[in-house]
Design a protein around this ligand. Structure first.
Ligand code: ME8
Length: 510
């Protein structure tokens, strides 16, 4: 059977102020997509922008331009940022794309025709920045439970989606599919705090503003942004059109990567829409933690915001990618500061990885003019490293399937650290002094090059530019995943002109 992998990021609200925290969902999804692609999966990686809603309409009005003009400009900014981060998406969907608009219109009509959507009157509270409806009990003291800002009362004729009808089915589904919501703690939160207490039908249309997808049969109404936005995961694949090959091939998604604050939408509203459409549910929804600064989310208003491109220009793209991937452990928050970024780059990338590559290539040139082959003078000292190299790929596969990217990187760097220790233990400079130890010295250098090669192949998914650079320097351009294991009888011809992978960065106050 052909192996397929469909992964999505949230589609972002168009913002001129993307910060490094925003990049996390997309960098992690990119790394997972790259990993599966390199591993032979037919992969589809979707990202995009969530452009409708009252919030955008207001911002455009303030800027004195039409909403579409407003978002067009900002979307270019997002694409430029993803470009600088090396994001390899297959499609950047915009909710203003004509195919998306048309399909969402059809989805709404279908749900109405089959009586899963009905017309009523909405009276309640609304948080415009989050585009979220809340009940009196949820919005204590008139504040949005998500962002803490003021909610306001709205009362309007509206369409409703019958969440209540699907509540039991959803509950059962979540309970019988333990890996559907990751991490586990979020699953319990959804079940106990939201689903079990009872789901109220959801208001899925608005009449108080215009910037949205019109309800085809009642154009005074626009479709609620979350119904519009969530549908992107299937509209992007041509669901319900005569060009639905991608939909047939890739749906259901293997994983939706989302920040922890939007797990609720992805594990309650989205599955119910899919159930109503009689479609299979995604395999997994992964709610990741945030990058925070001293416990606070990064934001312009808190004054801790900087354009991620500033860090990329200053330190390079791979240190930025590595930092966010390594620093946010599975499902938890990670701390961001420029100092932490510098420390990570120095300790892991420059000291562990860069040094290993540099020392090894240097010795291969010094002792064997860059030509190394395995003489198979195996000694006890080689055992641990060789064993680790044989199992590393399977180990990382497992971490990736469980979305433990930080852990995967930790394990790869553990092998690199072990390789540095192997140099100290085997002391090649001492072997080099004794003519009778030359064959053993070859084996030692061969083992080191194997460690460097295998680690670099796997690291291509996370820090692609540096990993490819390493493979080039050791003369192994084909970094195929099938070769990510210890090979007994290979040969190496390393570069005569090595260059450092990463410069050690001085801390500003050093
Ligand atoms: O929620 N650390 O869009 P968005 C980590 N349009 N992740 C962060 C973060 C931080 N400091 N700040 C933001 C939306 N994010 C909707 C999605 S999907 C059908 C619709 C993440 O632009 C956040 O958790 O507000 C979310 O996953 C993503 O950035 C986009 O957020």
């Amino acid at each position: 059977m052909e192996k397929k992998y469909y992964i999505t990021t949230p589609i972002y609200y168009p913002s001129a102020n993307f910060h490094i925290g925003h990049c996390y969902s997309t960098i992690i999804a990119d790394s997972l997509a790259r990993y599966k692609r390199l591993d032979g999966y037919d992969t589809y990686f979707l990202t995009g922008s969530d452009e409708h809603g009252q919030k955008i309409e207001k911002k455009a009005e303030e800027a004195g331009v039409a909403p579409k003009e407003y978002v067009d400009k900002i979307v270019e900014n997002a694409k430029d940022l993803w470009n600088s981060l090396g994001i390899t998406y297959d499609r950047f969907i915009r909710t203003t794309d004509t195919d998306h608009v048309e399909i969402v219109g059809n989805i709404f009509k279908k749900l109405y025709d089959q009586d899963d959507i009905y017309k009523g009157t909405y009276k309640g509270l609304y948080c415009t920045p989050c585009e979220s409806f809340w009940t009196e009990t949820q919005a204590k003291d008139g504040k949005c439970p998500d962002c803490g800002r003021e909610v306001h009362e709205v009362s309007e004729e509206a369409y409703f989606l019958k969440l209540s009808k699907y509540q039991k089915r959803l509950e059962e589904y979540i309970e019988t599919h333990p890996s559907f919501i990751q991490p586990e703690s979020r699953k319990n939160e959804m079940l106990n705090n939201f689903i079990k207490p009872g789901l109220e039908d959801l208001c899925v249309s608005r009449t108080s503003f215009k910037w949205g997808i019109p309800v085809t049969f009642d154009p005074e109404h626009v479709v609620y942004v979350w119904l519009d936005a969530l549908s992107n995961y299937i509209t992007a694949l041509g669901y319900s059109t005569d060009k639905d090959e991608k939909f047939k091939k890739f749906w259901p998604a293997d994983v939706h990567i989302v920040g922890k604050e939007i797990v609720r939408f992805h594990t309650i509203i989205w599955p119910i829409i899919l159930m109503a459409l009689d479609l299979p549910l995604p395999e997994k929804v992964f709610g990741h933690g945030w990058l925070v600064i001293e416990g606070n989310k990064i934001s312009k208003s808190l004054g801790n915001y900087k354009d991620p491109r500033d860090y990329i220009d200053k330190y390079g793209v791979d240190p930025v990618r590595y930092f966010v991937l390594r620093e946010i452990p599975f499902g938890n928050d990670g701390n961001f500061s420029e100092e932490a970024l510098i420390n990570r780059t120095n300790s892991d990338l420059a000291n562990i990885w860069g040094n290993l590559v540099n020392r090894t290539i240097g010795m291969a040139n010094k002792y064997f003019e860059g030509q190394i082959e395995n003489t198979e003078q195996v000694e006890d000292a080689d055992k641990e490293l060789r064993e680790k190299l044989c199992t590393l790929k399977a180990n990382i596969d497992e971490k990736i399937d469980h979305l433990q990217v930080s852990k995967a990187l930790e394990e790869i760097f553990e092998v690199l650290r072990l390789s540095n220790k192997y140099i100290d233990d085997t002391a090649p400079w001492i072997l080099a002094k004794d003519e009778t130890k030359k064959t053993r010295l070859q084996t030692v250098l061969y083992n080191l090059l194997e460690a460097i090669r295998i680690a670099a192949i796997l690291l291509k998914a996370f820090v692609p530019t540096s990993a490819e650079d390493v493979l080039k320097q050791i003369g192994k351009n084909q970094g195929d995943f099938q070769n990510a294991t210890y090979i007994e009888n290979g040969t190496y011809s390393v570069t005569k002109e090595p260059h450092p992978l990463f410069q050690r960065i001085e801390l500003p106050n050093e």
